[in-house]
Design a protein around this ligand. Structure first.
Ligand SMILES: Cc1cc2nc3c(=O)[nH]c(=O)nc-3n(C[C@H](O)[C@H](O)[C@H](O)COP(=O)(O)O)c2cc1C
Length: 222
């Protein structure tokens, strides 16, 4: 797939086919993402790629923790308050997704909870990837991880896979560490659920909106 088309058509996928992802395919995507730029070429990304029983164990324990109301302790705190315009975009996105799922955001609390819980079950994906970095690194390295993740997501899409980057599963780092053997010195920054997308699933049937460039670009001297 041509690069511009890949960038224009990638979307987060939140439902997957029950088809395993071949390790060789993942290796190819990782090799491509590994060419991402990084601060002083430090290449801070660390990946923990899980499938099968270990992935399921993480999901089951996270689900239990959510049900019990165990407080979340992500390395990067979740944003509780957003500036007004950002909050409006987040809300509009949430409502758009609920609309695709036929969920009334005012009434269907049970289905909203069910949809939220799917985050911790990796949306049924056959593979989950946790991305981390050394805890002593600066915020510049989080930027590097973002570049790496985007590279991976684009490569995955070009290869016919689907994925969604997720902050939510970083809320229970102790579980992820224990099950996947992630050392204490690594901060768990992001998760990605990865698989062959179920393109008939309603949750994959909408496209997120974007601001017009005119809203955020200031041309100077043109
Ligand atoms: C840092 C980051 C964290 C995210 N966390 C979640 C998450 O926890 N759960 C989820 O369903 N989507 C999550 N997303 C996906 C965003 O909702 C999605 O990228 C955004 O709505 C734009 O949609 P698109 O990816 O389909 O273009 C996250 C994306 C990023 C970049």
């Amino acid at each position: 797939m041509e690069l511009f088309e890949t960038m224009e058509t990638r979307s987060s996928r939140r439902a997957f086919l029950p088809r395993p992802v071949e390790k060789a395919v993942l290796e190819r995507l990782i090799a491509a993402a590994n060419r991402s730029p990084s601060y002083q070429n430090t290449q801070p990304w660390e990946m923990f790629v899980a499938t099968g029983e270990k992935k399921d164990a993480v999901a089951a324990r996270m689900r239990d923790s959510v049900v019990k109301g165990t407080p979340m302790e992500p390395h990067i705190p979740f944003a509780r308050v957003l500036p007004k315009a950002h909050e409006a975009r987040a809300l509009s996105h949430r409502n758009r997704r609920f609309q695709a799922l036929g969920i009334d955001p005012e009434k269907d609390q049970e289905r909203i909870t069910e949809s939220y819980m799917k985050n911790f079950m990796f949306f049924g994906a056959p593979c989950v990837i946790f991305v981390g970095m050394d805890k002593t690194l600066s915020p510049w390295s989080i930027f590097d991880l973002g570049a790496f993740v985007h590279g991976f997501l684009l490569a995955a899409h070009a290869a016919g896979l689907g994925a969604v980057p997720q902050a939510m599963p970083t809320g229970y780092p102790a579980i992820v560490r224990e099950e996947l053997g992630i050392p204490e010195e690594i901060a768990i920054i992001l998760a990605m659920s990865v698989g062959y997308p179920d393109l008939d699933a309603p949750v994959n049937g909408y496209r997120s909106l974007r601001r017009e460039p005119g809203e955020f670009v200031r041309w100077i001297g043109f």
